[in-house]
Design a binder for this molecule. Sequence first.
Ligand code: 5RP
Length: 220
Amino acid sequence: MKKKAAEKAVEYVEDGMIVGLGTGSTVAYTIKKLGEKIGEGLKITGIPTSMQTKKLAAEYGIPLADLNEYTEIDLTIDGADEVDSNLDLIKGGGGALTREKIVAYHSKKEIIVIDETKIVKGLGCDFPVPVEVIKYGWQNTKKAVEKLGCKAELRRIMDEVYITDNSNYILDCDFGRIEDPEQLEQEINNIPGVVENGLFIDLADEVIVGSRQGIMTLEK
Ligand code: 5RP
């Protein structure tokens, strides 16, 4: 289901475009397909949102550039952990939320590729909000985030504390169902020590959903 959605998104990519490349197992299929198209003559420049994507895209022969070289990105294709009916998102399961949000903000069009399990009635029901925090004073930052009404866990992978590409920590914050995602996004980001959070409000233009029945496209 992920593969179907991810490959469909490649149809939106045109010759000469600057393309933001998201992070995760779904977008990995997009990157592979883009690599095939480049082999057939497609000319694009990719802007990776993580070290993982940079490595993968390079392996598939996608020419890459740094975001600082462009003020605007034509199209970004990325995954998500949850999508609600407004096309607001929770992202950051793969830890790349800060770079993903910067790239999304500077993109003319943001396409999200997911399987149908990611569609939710309310954000926060199934997935905690990842919050990237700097290491300095992180325990105090955690307490301040928890005062907004969540239980926060420092992310670990195999017993090791997870470190982002920006050399920061991630707090996975379980708020339960979030009534006002836009307000919460702002409240979390107002706390000193927080770099960015995984609530993506009004950034996605289109969501391509792979399901057992086929492909469905959700638009604003
Ligand atoms: C990475 C992300 C991913 O897009 C999100 O976690 C979805 O990943 P996957 O496609 O592997 O399910 O936000 O930071």
